[in-house]
Design a protein around this ligand. Structure first.
Ligand code: UDP
Length: 315
């Protein structure tokens, strides 16, 4: 049995990661301050002797020892991370620094949840891990993009200077049951809008692209990366390479939800990347990983989940 710390363990991906690790018999400690995560997401684990909770910031001291640390703590949807950009930047940089100091002290392996945002508005397509990115350092997305880039820098400096065993996963857009219906992301917005019969808000002309990975596929990739041999310490993209325009996504959602909703167009937010698609060659080669759930199938279960949240809980 491993002792595993999951920071951001009460978030959308974090709680599902905790579930997977518990189900294989590990002891899981969830660290979360519930800034965007929710206690309700981990309620099902309370009473499990292999599960414990640290209600605190990832930047605050942790005194226990662990074998592995999954560092997921950070607001992740644009409206959430832009709401308090200084907090977002500190969470990424100081939180990762804190987890690396902890790992150095107790000899833990650390996996950093990085992001496709480190590629910025990419000039290379699809994005391979060797691409350095095209990032604005002073825009409204910078707190997240540069915070996550700074976190990657710390990971590799701790590897070089302190021999910490590091993993870096670059996570592309992910969706699935358990998403917060009001997180402001495109999948949650479009499904919620269609279910309510309200306007579907397309930002810009809808020609920008994203590649959407189902939650289960994503978490499988993250665990495989943590469990991979030690030489797999370079960044690895995990995402679904099927690329869609945002307008296509709206049309697919509307084809699955009978709705009165109309498509309406709103201004494109500053620095919104025009295209995004992962090159997953590395994940295939080193993790034997590729996504299994197509967008059309994943949206079905996600829509069912949103329907139950919206109509049962009134979210
Ligand atoms: N978007 C949109 N309508 C919405 C929310 C988002 O058209 O109601 C667009 C957004 O401008 C971006 C894409 O959908 O081009 C993905 O946005 P999201 O916030 O989900 O994540 P991002 O990939 O930008 O971090």
């Amino acid at each position: 049995m491993k002792r595993i710390l999951v920071t951001g363990g009460a978030g959308f991906l974090g709680n599902f990661l905790c579930e997977r690790l518990l189900s294989r018999g590990d002891h899981v400690t969830c660290l979360d301050n519930y800034y965007t995560g929710a206690q309700a997401n981990i309620a099902r684990f309370i009473g499990n002797n292999n599960f414990s909770v640290l209600k605190q910031s990832v930047c605050d001291p942790v005194s226990e020892s662990f074998d592995e640390i999954y560092n997921l703590a950070s607001p992740a949807s644009p409206p959430h991370y832009q709401a308090d950009p200084i907090f977002t930047f500190k969470t990424s940089v100081l939180g990762t620094l804190n987890m690396l100091e902890l790992a150095r002290t107790c000899g833990a392996k650390v996996l950093q949840a990085s992001t496709s945002e480190i590629y910025g508005d990419p000039l290379v397509h699809p994005q391979h891990e060797d691409y350095w990115g095209n990032v604005n350092s002073i825009g409204i997305r910078s707190c997240y993009d540069e915070g996550k880039r700074g976190a990657e820098t710390l990971m590799y400096d701790f590897q070089r200077f302190h021999q910490v065993n590091v993993r870096v996963v670059r996570i592309f857009n992910t969706y699935g049951p358990g998403m917060n219906p009001v997180d402001g992301r495109v999948v949650s917005n479009f499904i919620s809008q269609a279910l309510r019969g309200s306007d579907i808000t397309i930002y810009g002309d809808g020609s920008q692209t994203r590649s959407f990975c189902y939650r289960d596929d994503l978490v499988e990739g993250i665990i495989r990366l943590m469990d991979a041999p030690d030489h797999v310490s370079f960044p690895v993209n995990i995402g679904n390479p099927d690329e869609f325009t945002i307008r296509q996504l709206a049309e697919i959602v509307l084809s699955k939800i009978p709705s009165e909703s109309r498509l309406v167009y709103r201004p494109l937010p500053q620095d919104d990347p025009l295209q995004r698609c992962p090159d997953i060659g590395r994940a295939k080669e080193f993790l034997d990983w590729e996504p299994k759930i197509a967008l059309s199938d994943g949206l079905e279960t996600t829509i069912d989940y949103f329907r139950s949240r919206i109509f049962a809980d009134g979210v």
